[in-house]
Design a protein around this ligand. Structure first.
Ligand SMILES: C[S@@+](CC[C@H](N)C(=O)[O-])C[C@H]1O[C@@H](n2cnc3c(N)ncnc32)[C@H](O)[C@@H]1O
Length: 298
């Protein structure tokens, strides 16, 4: 109960009571004493924030390649956990009120273990935050988004996934290379250049060589000599066109064209150290128009 309002207003009391019985009792007393009473609805209790997480694909780097849904998620974020591959220009879209946590991993140097990242996302979400987990490219393509999804589901945290443009698509678009093309490539194979032990995984090399499709090799700059050797041993001609693209859609983008046989040595010579994607297959030759203006191998 609060004191009477100032004298220019009618004398009386302002009554705010959450308990209906108490309100009634006070009302009767006040009326019996001839005091004017104004009843005010009780303040609603604060609504606890709903825990939620959104796994957002940040695309290859250029913020214009984000989806509208990704931008909305960033704007509604309370906390953003981001990877090393996320460009500063994308982080600029995060509102100042949101906390940013760098959980970046690059070339095997883990800023934070995957288990620690999973735990952190769940902890922040349970504290009532909308957690955005911002990942380079697409969260479900060599992005460990599946592990984060499993962990959030196991913790009962509602989670949404926002796809992103994966490096193979971004690279192909930058160079004007259709990843599939009628009569040239009827399939697309996304492969990783190394497993969790750092070694080249035991892909179905014969299947890849015989597919006639396009191979997009992620994280393959270091292991390209082995990948090229496995593919040629399996029957893919060394003359197959190939291109390595570093920093597609980011500052410092460069492309190195060659054949499957010559590209590994050229890549080594050029010292590509940024994120690099390798495309192998007949479709790479369709980039001819741009090839002349770009860095050529050999
Ligand atoms: C851990 S994987 C993440 C892939 C990511 N989730 C995606 O969908 O593109 C990192 C690898 O993606 C590729 N990559 C990512 N961004 C790239 C870019 N802007 N240019 C070239 N390759 C890129 C490189 O092969 C890099 O080693």
């Amino acid at each position: 109960m609060s004191a009477n309002p100032p004298s220019d207003r009618p004398a009386g009391v302002l009554l705010r009571a959450a308990d209906a019985d108490a309100a009634h009792a006070l009302l009767s007393l006040a009326q019996a004493a001839g005091i004017a009473v104004t009843l005010v609805a009780p303040e609603p209790p604060p609504v606890p924030k709903r825990p939620r997480a959104t796994l957002v694909g940040a695309g290859p780097g250029d913020p214009e390649l984000l989806t509208l849904r990704a931008v909305r998620a960033l704007r509604e974020a309370d906390v953003v956990l981001y990877d090393a591959l996320v460009e500063p220009a994308v982080l600029d879209l995060v509102p100042p009120k949101a906390r940013r946590i760098d959980v970046g991993k690059r070339c095997g140097r883990h800023a934070m273990s995957q288990a620690a990242i999973n735990t952190l996302i769940v902890r922040e979400a349970r504290a009532g935050a909308h957690v955005v987990r911002l990942k380079g490219g697409d969260p479900f393509i060599f992005g460990r988004g599946g592990e984060e999804l499993d962990s959030l589901r196991a913790a009962g945290v509602p989670v949404e996934v926002v796809p992103g443009i994966t490096a193979a698509c971004a690279t192909a678009a930058r160079l004007g290379i259709p990843l599939t093309h009628r009569d040239v490539a009827r399939s697309l194979h996304l492969v990783t250049g190394h497993g969790s032990d750092g070694a080249v995984p035991g892909h179905d090399w014969a299947g890849l060589a015989a597919s006639g499709g396009t191979v997009a090799a992620y994280m393959a700059a270091r292991t390209l000599p082995t990948i090229a050797a496995r593919l040629t041993e399996a029957g893919l001609p060394g003359s197959t066109p190939a291109v390595a693209v570093e920093n597609a859609s980011r500052p410092g983008e460069r492309a190195l064209f060659g054949t499957l046989a010559e590209l590994p040595a050229c890549l080594h010579e050029q010292g590509f150290s940024g994120p690099t994607l390798v495309l192998i297959g007949a479709v790479v030759a369709l980039a001819q128009a741009r090839k002349d203006t770009l860095h050529r191998a050999a």
